[in-house]
Design a protein around this ligand. Structure first.
Ligand SMILES: [Zn+2]
Ligand SMILES: [Zn+2]
Length: 266
């Protein structure tokens, strides 16, 4: 049941064209592939779709061209601060990539310098920073109910390489746990995302193991995602992530099949 629904391409900030990504999925023996370019967000045009219709048309063309070999879906990774027209897509991944302060948006995941800027904007107060991130994201999740919640604790992306001490901070752990317990009430599928491992900034997927236990307790449905930005990382770290999930007690994962999210055993 190899599949991935969190996939970037040259229509946003990915390295490969959609067709190159499809070719890679076929070589890897995928049964389904979903594209999820970053949805248009007017306050920061660096990473997002600028030609949404062109993207939709191209993925639909590939869907038809390869329909005998693989199921292809046109999804979108919607930014919580920049919502898209949901009807244009087969599914939406709801993600939060920014901190908002005094009307300005600060990306938390672009690079280490950007995160340092976030840290400075919040005067090094990890707790205020995390509270702000999760409060906004959680309220988006509960109101919008995206099909998939993207990298729930993205705000910890650079914790290992930047030594910010967030993940080990007990007060941070309480805040993340509180908001995870609230966000799962949305009933959304949460993704287990290996993207930052493939980009060498983390050694474990999102969400952290502590949060996975909270998700398990609430019987949250999970989907495995590589958040791939290049064709050769479509299934990066999937086997290790499955072992981790089994350790936590998960017995199944979800995938999109014939247009519906269905479970399969791991
Ligand atoms: Zn993302
Ligand atoms: Zn992504």
């Amino acid at each position: 049941m190899l599949s991935n629904f969190h996939t970037h391409c040259t229509f946003c900030d990915g390295k490969n064209t959609p067709e190159e990504v499809v070719q890679s999925a076929l070589e890897k023996g995928f049964s389904a592939l979903g594209f999820s370019s970053h949805g248009y967000s007017g306050f920061d045009l660096r990473y997002c779709l600028k030609d949404t219709q062109g993207y939709i048309d191209e993925i639909r063309r590939l869907k038809e061209k390869y329909e005998k070999d693989i199921q292809i879906y046109v999804g979108v990774e919607e930014e919580s601060f920049g919502q898209v027209n949901r009807g244009d897509f087969d599914y939406i991944i709801g993600s939060s990539h920014y901190l908002q302060k005094a009307g300005k948006y600060y990306p938390v995941d672009s690079n280490l310098d950007c995160f340092q800027k976030c840290f400075d904007v919040f005067d090094g107060d990890v707790i205020a920073l995390s509270e702000s991130y999760y409060q906004a994201f959680c309220s988006y999740i509960l109101n919008r109910k995206p099909d998939i919640v993207g990298h729930f604790d993205l705000v910890t992306k650079f914790d290992e390489v930047g030594n910010f001490g967030i993940l080990e901070n007990k007060d941070y752990q309480k805040i993340a746990a509180k908001y995870a317990a609230e966000a799962v009430r949305s009933g959304c599928i949460f993704e287990v995302n290996t993207g930052a491992i493939s980009r060498n900034v983390r050694t474990a997927p999102y969400p952290s193991e502590a949060l996975l236990h909270i998700l398990k307790k609430a019987n949250t449905r999970l989907i495995l995602s590589s958040d791939s930005h290049q064709a050769d990382t479509l299934d990066f770290g999937f086997e290790d992530a499955k072992l981790l999930l089994k350790d936590v007690g998960f017995k199944e994962l979800y995938t999109l099949y014939n247009g519906e999210f269905i479970p399969y055993k791991i």
